[in-house]
Design a protein around this ligand. Structure first.
Ligand code: 2BA
Length: 109
């Protein structure tokens, strides 16, 4: 058995949840916060048999899209903070960040 941990953007979370359930995956959805943007994202826990991991990854890929986001750095990277004028910087937030972990034991009581 494997545990898939997938961090996705909030905008994609309902569609992904629906698609995972339609494909008979068991899913737990957690509200999470990205360390860099400090804004909300969604983390999915998906426990599945090893042979279904690729299918799960495909469903995640099909339902999550990367997006550009503008952020304004709150302080300069170096130099004089007095003359600092904050300009927005565009970053690309990925569609999904996915970890696939081995599961030693699985119990349901
Ligand atoms: P955040 O940490 O809020 O990061 C959002 C986006 O900001 C990242 O998108 C990346 O484009 C950028 N970013 C993050 N750290 C950066 C840095 N030190 N310098 C420059 N840009 C940076 P993604 O890489 O697609 O990540 C989306 C979210 O997935 C992250 O939200 C975080 O919640 C999670 N994540 C990504 N990599 C992770 C990892 N190795 N471990 C745990 N969570 C991870």
């Amino acid at each position: 058995m494997k545990l898939i941990v997938a961090v996705v953007q909030d905008q994609d979370s309902n569609r992904l949840m629906k698609a995972m359930v339609e494909h008979n995956f068991r899913v737990t959805k957690l509200a999470s916060t990205g360390g860099f943007l400090k804004s909300g994202n969604t983390t999915f826990l998906i426990g599945t048999e090893e042979y279904r991991v690729n299918k799960a990854l495909q469903v995640i890929k099909d339902n999550c899209q990367s997006r550009d986001q503008l952020i304004t750095p709150v302080s300069p990277m170096g130099g004089n903070a007095d003359s600092y004028i904050p300009y927005p910087v565009e970053i690309e937030v990925g569609g999904a960040t996915v970890f696939v972990l081995p599961v030693d034991e699985f119990h349901q009581f």
